[in-house]
Unconditional design. Structure first.
Length: 99
């Protein structure tokens, strides 16, 4: 996978981020400009500490300190993938070619 695919994937993901987050984090809710959800990677009991910015894709779990700057890093985190693997899966999901 070419490195320049990352910005294309992130830009495309940001344009439809609420729909992606609804699929990946279905327990989440929109609060202002953020998606607030339970963190599925740990035993999270209540919403509030795991948030994703709906404009930029920046995300953080304020309870653990885990964070990232874009939708690809979020996919890598949620699905336990390497960054390039997450970008490849997202490119396929978003209909972006690797050329």
């Amino acid at each position: 996978m070419q490195r320049d695919i990352f910005p294309r994937v992130n830009d495309a993901a940001c344009s439809c981020l609420p729909a992606i987050l609804d699929r990946w984090l279905p327990d989440g809710v929109k609060e202002g400009g953020e998606w607030v959800a339970l963190n599925p990677t740990r035993a999270d009991a209540k919403r509030g500490s795991f948030k994703v910015n709906l404009r930029t894709g920046r995300w953080a779990d304020f309870a653990t300190g885990d964070r990232g700057g874009d939708p690809v890093s979020l996919a890598a985190y949620l699905f336990n993938l390497k960054q390039h693997e997450a970008a490849k899966h997202m490119a396929t999901m978003l209909g972006i070619s690797d050329d």
